[in-house]
Design a protein around this ligand. Structure first.
Ligand code: M6R
Length: 365
C-alpha cells in the first residue's frame, strides 16, 4: 500500500500535485470563485473585519502563510495563532470576526476548544479539515475539506499543501467579495495557482540529486537554522518543524532579518543555514543576510528560483525550483523542504513515518 515507495511520507509527498488539482476542482464557476460549503452569504462575508486563523503544528504554519494573503489581497487584519494560546487568552471577538480553524485530523483538542470558545463569543467559524464529519467540521459554521485523502505518515505533507491551497482560495474569495481583486485578477491568480500542480510535479521529478547532496552535507549536524523573509519566513517554519520531528536534529526557523539580533551567534564553521531564497520583493535583503552568515562560516543550502545563478555565490548547495508568483511560493518551496527533511532523516537511520513521541492526532490537551 506504499505504492512502491519506501515509506508513506515519500508516497504522500508525491501525491501533492493531485491534491492541488482536487482541491481546486470546481472552484471557478462562471469566472468567479465559489466555496458553497461556507454557508455564509456574500453580505455576511462582506461584513468580516477581522480574521483569526487558529491551528497547531504544521496546520499553524499553513495559517502563517495565509495571513500574508488575507491581509495582502483582502486587506482584512488577520492574526494567526496557535490554538493552545488562543483558547486561554481573551482575544477581541465580535460578530464580524471570522475564525478559521485549520486541522488535518479535525480532532485536535486545543483547536476544537478554541472553536467552541470563539463561537460562544459570537464569532463565525470556518473549519478547514481533511476528515469528513470530524469534530472540527461538525462544530464549525462552514467547512472546506482539503482533498488530501488519508494521510498516514505522522509528519504532515500533503495535508499541509491542501491546507495552503484551501486557505489561498479563502483569501481570494474574501478579496473578491470585498472588491479588492477584480474578476480578471481572480481568474489569472486561479490559473497560476492551478499551474503549481505541474510545477510541484516537476520539482518531484527533478530535485532529487540536489536534495541528496544537501542532505549528505547536513546529516551529521547537531542543529540547523532555517531562514527566509516574507512568504519564505513562513514556509521556513514548516521546514524546521519537518526536520526536527522526523530526524531529531535540532532546527529553528528565524525571519532572516532577525539573524543579527541573536541567532547569528550560533554560526560557526559548517553550521547549516537552510534558506528559502526564491525570487521575491525581499530577495536582495535575504541575500545580504546570507552573506553575513557565510562570512561567519555557515554552510548555506538555498532553495532558489531556476535561472538564479547569483545565488551560487552565497550558497554551498542550491536546490532550484520553478519560478512562481511570490504569493504561491510557499506551495512550491515547501516541497523541497519536505524532501530534504526526509532525506536527512533517512540518512540518519530514522523511522520517517513513525517518529518517536508523536501521534498522528492529538486529542488530549
Ligand atoms: O490534525 P491537526 O492538523 O490539527 O494536527 C496539528 C499538529 O498536531 C500536526 O500538524 C503536527 O504538527 C504534525 N506532526 C506535523 O507534521
Amino acid at each position: 500500500e506504499k505504492g512502491g515507495y519506501p515509506d508513506f511520507m515519500l508516497k504522500e509527498i508525491h501525491e501533492q500535485p493531485r491534491v492541488i488539482r482536487d482541491t481546486l476542482a470546481g472552484r471557478l464557476v462562471g469566472g468567479a470563485l465559489s466555496i458553497d460549503e461556507l454557508d455564509l452569504s456574500v453580505e455576511e462575508l462582506n461584513l468580516i473585519d477581522r480574521v483569526y486563523i487558529i491551528a497547531c503544528g504544521t496546520s499553524y504554519h499553513a495559517g502563517l502563510i495565509a495571513k500574508n494573503l488575507i491581509e495582502g489581497w483582502a486587506r482584512i487584519p488577520c492574526e494567526c495563532e496557535v490554538a493552545s494560546e488562543f483558547r486561554y487568552r481573551n482575544p477581541i471577538i465580535t460578530p464580524t470576526t471570522l475564525v478559521v480553524a485549520v486541522s488535518q485530523s479535525g480532532e485536535t483538542a486545543d483547536t476544537l476548544a478554541a472553536i467552541r470558545d470563539a463561537r460562544v463569543k459570537g464569532a463565525r467559524v470556518f473549519g478547514i479539515t481533511n476528515v469528513v464529519g470530524s469534530p472540527v467540521a461538525r462544530e464549525s459554521d462552514g467547512v472546506i475539506y482539503t482533498k488530501a485523502n488519508k494521510e498516514i505518515a505522522v509528519a504532515s505533507t500533503k495535508s499541509f499543501l491542501g491546507q495552503v491551497v484551501s486557505l489561498t482560495l479563502l483569501a481570494m474569495l474574501l478579496a473578491q467579495v470585498k472588491g479588492k481583486l477584480k474578476m480578471n485578477q481572480i481568474r489569472l491568480l486561479f490559473r497560476e495557482l492551478a499551474d503549481t500542480a505541474d510545477q510541484v510535479e516537476r520539482i518531484l521529478a527533478e530535485c532529487k540529486p540536489a536534495i541528496e547532496e544537501a542532505a549528505l552535507a547536513c546529516k551529521d549536524a547537531r542543529s540547523a537554522l532555517f531562514v527566509g523573509r516574507g512568504m519564505g519566513a513562513a514556509v521556513s517554519r514548516e521546514g524546521a518543524l519537518k526536520l526536527k520531528e522526523i530526524s531529531y536534529l535540532h532546527a529553528e526557523s528565524y525571519p532572516a532579518g532577525e539573524m543579527k539580533h541573536g541567532p547569528i551567534a550560533l554560526i560557526d564553521e559548517g553550521f547549516p543555514v537552510i534558506a528559502v531564497a526564491t525570487k521575491s520583493p525581499v530577495y536582495d535583503k535575504l541575500v545580504s543576510n546570507l552573506q553575513e552568515s557565510k562570512a561567519r562560516g555557515a554552510m548555506v543550502v538555498a532553495i532558489a528560483t531556476e535561472g538564479d545563478e547569483e545565488i551560487r555565490k552565497h550558497a554551498d548547495h542550491v536546490i532550484y525550483i520553478p519560478k512562481v508568483r511570490d504569493a504561491f511560493s510557499a506551495i512550491t518551496a515547501s516541497v523541497p523542504l519536505q524532501l530534504l527533511a526526509r532525506a536527512i532523516a533517512v540518512a540518519r537511520g530514522c523511522d520517517v513515518d513513525q517518529p518517536r513521541n508523536l501521534a498522528k492526532s492529538v486529542t488530549v490537551e
